[in-house]
Design a protein around this ligand. Structure first.
Ligand code: PLP
Length: 405
């Protein structure tokens, strides 16, 4: 498939280019000192991803430790209720630790080990990335420092306990608003001081090159498996696929299996309480071009051009930008980006639980809500949704704020 001059048959080989650009998005906007560290990571990554030994080891880990391949489930009862369209979900919620994040964390920490690093450094907001990193670090026997805002530490006690049990060092960040943005800054500072010994592992397809490339490649397994499983199950491709987009890692991996197919692709951003600035985190929908956290993309900015405060009921989606590849696919028109608000998300959360016996992460429930809307609109055909994670972490919050429906 060729669209606006881009050939999707060879897309994954050519995008990003060797400087990390997807069109004009991406790149690496860091200090010359950190650029040296990024170059080292890039070189090491290109070496291991061509090494048979590394590939075989990652395959073994996915199968024997993570529980891959994850299945696809047909949502028969929900499909019947909505009409003629058949809905399916790719079950990343059944991945070890309960979400897709482990797919790239295992890869990143394996790379760290290959590079001879002693320690991995990461930030976390709600704690999901921190738990996946702590898990991967425990598996590979590396030290793990997780930077987390003091406010988030109080809010996310179970994930803090998980990280500690797994042996990670949770570093409390006490300046500014004491949440994710400050945690990112603190983790970056720590890494800048110690990049010989350590590696900074980003939680999504964001940050300077090579992270958007590397994280997408580690998540590619989701799209590759999903395509093969779906065709085997049904004898054809889905008419449409849907994933939620925060930074965009689960979507990037899932979409990468279908870019060259005659399949409509939808990336769903959180509309939160509504379209007013500060009430949502729909960066592709309402943002503009700019550089933050070391990469050029579409982002939500305040009046000073700084990352704007954002909100979503799903803490894994409240990031003021999206990965550069999403900005590119948006501009090309290959992927349609749309939004779902908090209320429709919570309704989908309960719907999937009640009709199918699957409690989704609130992040993933955004994609489910959009899939349900599509089903009503399409009338016939099939929709495959990426269920990026399970909802155990969200149950208390949903009950407290929305009650049992
Ligand atoms: C972190 C998270 C997300 C958002 O991250 P992406 O990089 O956009 O995929 C989505 N779903 C779940 C379950 C998460 O934990």
């Amino acid at each position: 498939m060729i669209m606006n001059g881009v050939d999707f048959e060879t897309y994954l080989k050519h995008y990003p280019d060797k400087n990390g650009y997807f069109g004009r998005f991406g790149g690496s906007y860091v200090s010359p000192e950190l650029q040296k560290a990024m170059d080292e990571i890039t070189e090491a990554y290109f070496t291991i991803c061509q090494s048979r030994k590394f590939i075989a080891e990652l395959r073994r880990i996915r199968k024997e430790f993570q529980g891959r391949p994850t299945p696809i489930s047909h949502l028969e009862r929900l499909s019947n209720e909505l009409g003629g369209v058949q809905l399916y979900v790719k079950r990343e919620d059944l991945n070890h630790t309960g979400a897709h994040k482990l797919n790239h964390c295992m890869g990143e920490v394996m790379l760290a080990k290959y590079m001879g690093k002693k320690k991995v450094i990461a930030e976390t907001g709600a704690g999901q990335h921190g738990v996946a990193m702590a898990t991967a670090a425990a598996y590979f026997g590396l030290e793990c420092d997780i930077y987390m805002g003091a406010v988030d530490i109080k809010k996310q006690a179970p994930n803090v306990a998980r990280m500690k049990i797994l042996g990670a060092n949770v570093v409390e960040v006490t300046h500014g608003l004491q949440t994710l943005k400050e945690a990112v800054d603190a983790a970056f500072d720590a890494y800048t001081k110690d990049y010989h010994n350590s590696i900074y592992c980003i939680g999504s397809v964001v940050g300077p090159h090579p992270f958007p490339l590397m994280v997408r490649d580690f998540q590619h397994v989701v799209g590759e498996e999903a395509r093969e499983q779906f065709v085997e199950m049904t004898g054809h491709l889905p008419d449409a696929i849907v994933a939620c987009v925060g930074g965009g890692s689960n979507a990037a991996g899932f979409f990468s299996g279908f870019l060259n197919d005659p399949v409509d692709i939808y990336g769903i951003e959180p509309l939160g309480r509504g379209p007013k600035m500060g009430d949502h985190a729909a960066s592709l929908q309402y943002g503009s071009e700019g550089v933050m956290h070391g990469f050029n993309s579409i982002m939500l900015k305040d009046e000073n051009g700084e990352p704007a405060p954002v909100y979503s009921v799903a803490s894994g989606l409240d990031y003021p930008s999206s990965g550069p590849e999403h900005a590119f696919l948006h501009e090309l028109g290959r992927v349609k980006y749309d939004v779902v608000n908090d209320d429709d998300t919570i309704e989908a959360f309960y719907k999937l639980a009640r009709k199918e016996g699957i409690i989704p992460a609130i992040e993933s429930a955004h994609a489910v809500a959009y899939g349900m809307k599509l089903a009503k609109k399409m009338g016939t055909g099939s929709v495959l949704i990426n269920l990026s994670g399970r909802g155990d972490k969200d149950m208390d919050y949903v009950i407290q704020n929305y009650g049992i429906r």
